[in-house]
Design a protein around this ligand. Structure first.
Ligand SMILES: Nc1nc2c(ncn2[C@@H]2O[C@H](COP(=O)(O)OP(=O)(O)OP(=O)(O)O)[C@@H](O)[C@H]2O)c(=O)[nH]1
Ligand SMILES: [K+]
Ligand SMILES: [Mg+2]
Length: 312
């Protein structure tokens, strides 16, 4: 049986299992099994050098932003509008087949914006160019999840799930769990506050699943078993994400209002050039870029060429 089939089988078992106090240890163990298989899925196949067919685009500027979304939501149209680099746009799906870089000039800084092929459900398992697209997302400082305002909210959840499946965590900070493997001494489990999701037994079981028998674990927040697994896996990437609802020209004002009130969201229309300024300022804000103007002694500072630092 392949890795994907095994993941599907465990997911089915989890769906069948009722969630209660008695099953929580078993469910935790199944979660760890899935996490291990997903990590295996990300490893390059044996015998390959591990690279080659990815989208190799050199980093440029003070930060990198990736456009992630379903096909035909307007990613290429947006890149063309914000950067002046032309990326082919059309009404059919999968118009873009590779990674197209452009540069945004904003507040005296240069931000690399990457247009990418659309991704679909199953991308994390290798459907379409999903794996390559997600690899680019992982290399970015910010993800713009582009959504079609007239399509179902389900798309946002599907994409978030696909990105999570490969270890991306959007708008989340790393769990406050100290974890260190040891050579001897067994497992020491401690917390600085009462825990409501994980107890010592569950923690032992998860560690057992990873064949870890000596370690120090200290919970500094009321974290979940998913958080614990993330910390043990250690390969998670925490990235900010702005949800960009495009094509608001085709929906009613009440719906626009609803979308605009979602957290971390910006509503735009490329066709009507609506709210693109707001998108740029939100991007800037989320990237936490800070300009520092250096001043040579006895001279005026050069206001056209700041040193740009990232505050996040
Ligand atoms: N109504 C409306 N249509 C738009 C808007 N922005 C883009 N479109 C249209 O949506 C279609 C798809 O645009 P693309 O830019 O090719 O979308 P994409 O996300 O790059 O698509 P793929 O590369 O195929 O994944 C085109 O026909 C665009 O003209 C908008 O703000 N409003
Ligand atoms: K398209
Ligand atoms: Mg495109």
């Amino acid at each position: 049986m392949g890795i994907i089939e095994r993941i599907k089988e465990i997911e089915a078992e989890m769906a069948r299992t009722q969630k209660n106090k008695a099953t929580e240890y078993h469910l935790g163990q199944l979660k760890a099994k899935i996490a291990k298989l997903r990590t295996q899925l990300l490893e390059p196949p044996k015998g390959s050098s591990g690279g080659g067919d990815g989208f190799e685009v050199t980093k440029f500027g003070h930060g990198r932003v990736a456009l992630i979304g379903f096909p035909s939501v307007g990613k290429s149209t947006l890149l063309t509008m914000l950067t002046g680099t032309h990326s082919e746009a059309a009404s059919y799906e999968f118009t873009t087949l590779t990674c197209i870089p452009g540069i945004i000039h904003y507040n005296d800084t240069k931000i690399q914006l990457l247009d990418l092929p659309g991704i679909i459900e199953g991308a994390s398992e290798g459907k379409g160019r999903g794996r390559q697209v997600i690899a680019v997302a992982k290399s970015s400082d910010l993800v713009l999840m582009v959504l079609d305002a007239s399509k179902s909210e389900g798309h946002r959840q599907i994409l978030t799930k696909e990105l999570e499946a490969v270890g991306l965590r959007l708008n989340k900070r790393p769990p406050q769990i100290y974890f260190k493997k040891k050579k001897t001494g067994g497992i020491s489990f401690n917390s600085t506050l009462p825990l409501t999701h994980v107890d010592e037994k569950l923690c032992y079981q998860i560690l057992h699943e990873y064949k870890i028998h000596n370690a120090e674990v200290l919970f500094r927040e009321d974290a979940t078993v998913d958080d614990l697994i993330d910390v043990i896996e250690g390969n998670r990437k925490y990235i900010k994400c702005v949800y960009v609802y495009n094509k608001i020209d085709v929906i009613g004002i009440d719906d626009v209002d609803k979308l605009a009130r979602q957290p971390n969201s910006v509503v735009i229309s490329c066709n009507l050039k609506l709210n693109l300024d707001r998108l740029l300022s939100k991007m800037w804000e989320e990237m936490g870029l800070v300009r520092v103007y250096t001043k040579p002694q006895g001279q005026q500072p050069d206001f056209s060429d700041p040193v740009v630092l990232s505050a996040v």
